[in-house]
Design a protein. Sequence first.
Length: 199
Amino acid sequence: MNDLTVRARARLSGLFTFEWYRPFDPVAAKRIRLRFGSQSPEYRSIPRFLLGTDIAPNIVVAEGLNHILDVEFHAATQLTTWYCLIFETDTTPADGTTYAVPVWTECTAYDEGTRPEYVEAAASSKSITNSANKAVFTMNATKTVYGAALVAGGTDANTKGDAAGGGTLYCASKLGTSRAVVDDDVLNLTYAVSSLDDA
């Protein structure tokens, strides 16, 4: 008998990068309280202090993996627009976590009217990312952020706090250390997913 063992395995891995900023007046050396909306032209000129950067690996949940398999091999409909969300409870995503039954409470306390879209560039070197167009969350309340996720599909995937729209959860990530934020803090979120053939 031929004792040859054939192993072929492809892996998907992803990293969320969180960048935390606070409007800051370098002359007065104190935090700036904004008096205009985050969509106004003046908003972009406000100096910001980088509070910190966190990098956290994700778990690609069963719902997300099944979606990939169905699209590639079972003629399922592709989900073309994905959205980022952040959550405010100290909970850990698991393989069985789904869009309809998340293990977290989503944080909706930011100025943007919808979940920020994940705007990715074309894949290169077996990786795809939104680093050129990061998802932005302009906070409007005092919160503690514990992690992030990527969702799509259904009827309300861009709606903050939605869990009933029949969407799909691709992945989620919990920070190693939570981050406390206040009104006008800005979170820039990058997600990069890489593929690797272990054969």
